[in-house]
Design a binder for this molecule. Structure first.
Ligand code: AMP
Length: 213
């Protein structure tokens, strides 16, 4: 499958993407994970992105398009891909359209994960992430077996730098201003599937049904 997962931070894009990869071998492409990896490794990209990320602002479109141009042409994308956290602005969506045409790939559709703001705020403040493998936990609903240690890889499980109350509030404002307009953009293209996303089971089964999988 070739999908875009749209939705506010904390809407469950990463969780849904990870579950969908298990269905047909499509790869999850998270620009946030790629950028966090670059920051951790101290690469040039990481240095350029770090301050924007920490404040909860968007990284400039040209850096993001540079990443995606390369990533979408890697071999593992041939089985399909789930775009998680990209595109996040209208210019990124326009550039993606051109890129997909050039590499001869066609999206199935764009899933909009619709979640009430109070649920999102609660999820983000209680979310914890493994710094090594990116596994996602929640101190209330899905804690690690041993506090601070990833069940899957033994890595350190932490609250992300951009999951302070201030950065979260900024990320949600940025989402409303820059990313929410993509719902209309893809609606007009006839590509949109909107799902009320309080349960990831429901989201996954709705997508499977729509794809006939
Ligand atoms: P995420 O893990 O998707 O919430 O992304 C974490 C942070 O990485 C965001 O708050 C942005 O600073 C940056 N980021 C990730 N994807 C993008 C994108 N497509 N465009 C701009 N910035 C991005």
């Amino acid at each position: 499958m070739k999908l875009i997962l749209l939705g506010a931070p904390g809407a469950g894009k990463g969780t849904v993407a990870k579950r969908l990869t298990a269905i047909d071998g499509s790869v999850q492409i998270s620009t946030g994970d790629i950028l966090r990896g670059a920051v951790k490794e101290g690469t040039e990209l990481g240095k350029q992105a770090e301050a924007f990320m920490k404040a909860g602002d968007l990284v400039p479109d040209d850096l993001i398009m540079g990443i995606m141009e390369e990533r979408l042409q890697e071999d593992d994308c041939k089985n399909g891909f789930l775009l998680d956290g990209f595109p996040r602005t209208i210019p990124q969506a326009e550039a993606l359209k051109g890129l997909l045409t050039r590499i001869n790939a066609q999206l199935d559709f764009v899933v909009n994960l619709d979640v009430p703001r109070d649920v999102i705020l609660d999820r983000l403040t209680t979310r914890r992430t493994c710094v090594d493998c990116g596994a996602i936990y929640n101190v209330k609903s899905m804690p690690t077996k041993v506090e601070g240690v990833c069940d899957k890889c033994g890595g350190k499980v932490v609250q992300r730098d951009d999951e302070t109350e201030e950065a979260i509030s900024n990320r949600l404002d940025v989402y409303n201003a820059k990313t929410a307009p993509l719902v209309d953009f893809y609606g007009k293209e006839g590509m949109l599937l909107s799902v009320t996303a309080t349960s990831s089971d429901l989201v996954v089964s709705t997508i499977q049904e729509k794809l006939g999988l």
